[in-house]
Design a protein around this ligand. Sequence first.
Ligand code: PLP
Length: 386
Amino acid sequence: MAPPVLPYGRQTIEDDDIAAVVAALRADFLTTGPMVEAFEDAFAAKVGARHAVACANGTAALHLAMLALRVKEGEAVIVPSVTFLATANCARYVGAEVVFADVDPRSGLMTPGTLAEAMGRLDGRALRAVMPVHLRGQAADLPGLASLAARAGAVLVEDAPHALGTTMNFGDLTEMVGDVRHSAMATFSFHPVKTIATGEGGMVTTNDPDLARRLKTLRSHGMVRPDGGEPWWYEMPEPGFNYRLPDILCALGLSQLGKLDRFAGRRRALAKAYETALAPLAPLVQRAAQPAWSDPVLHLMCVLIDFAAAGRTRAEVMGRLLERGVGSQVHYIPVHRQPYYRERYGVLHLPGAEAWYDRCLSLPLYPGMADGDVARVADALADALG
Ligand SMILES: *Cc1c(COP(=O)(O)O)cnc(C)c1O
């Protein structure tokens, strides 16, 4: 019988998580109840932000961020090309134009250098937002990106689903991804492969009370209840969406959040074990680079492989890994290559993103992996590369 396949990522759901959901199902509110604020308050406290606003998923979080900032049609939003589709798509939801930034080919991250280059391709558009992605869980250079964005009159919005738990040291201070010291907002996702899971779910953190209020209004149809109005009265100054996260899932999120430190510790330990196990495969297999300021809780175990030197295609290597029970994935196909964006903006050449894409492969990484699994993956990879 074939061995069970280790996926590249998966959720860890335990009995008390299930009990928390059952309790929410037995309570008075399935949605718009007390679990929403309980999850939001706990999340804000955990990452060190003043406000956290829960929403339907990470894509809704990004869309709400664009709406809250009033990003408008024809304005420019800079997004690194190596990210999930949603980071770019949210700009299009509000009619803004995406300007793709290149990334560092060793880390996969947008840098002040690649941001500055992208800022030279705005074609006269007003730059409204810059959206760094903490790819894999490695923190981008937030102070460097923030000062460039500020000089251009643009706002920083971090797309942070990979980096829940990651800390950063830019000076004497230890900061946490999501504390939004350098940006207007940070967005998170609780998709099952992310660090904590609610099935579908998202969060926006901000330190700005006006943005927090707008995010909450926009996630619920744009409805507001003015002070002193009649008991039934509501008004809609602008249309919003139904992007609420139900109490059932907020209860699960709150339970999962209580385990973040344990999950993070496990991810850190597994990443360390990978470092040792993969060292003999250098230089064919190399760790993706870690910026000096970043102390990551890795979401993805990306390695960079010289497939040409190995004489095997990535598809062949992934196929051989799968035969040995090891799942793998590619993060990501550069978004500027997608047919929709190619058609809209023409063929772009972003050499860093192309180089990253040519070599990257994500190996299994999740808290439920057994201690022996890392060695098993490394053996399978050595075998797959010949
Ligand atoms: C997961 C993810 C999203 C989207 O989150 P969903 O909850 O799946 O909508 C956006 N950006 C990045 C970088 C992600 O990893």
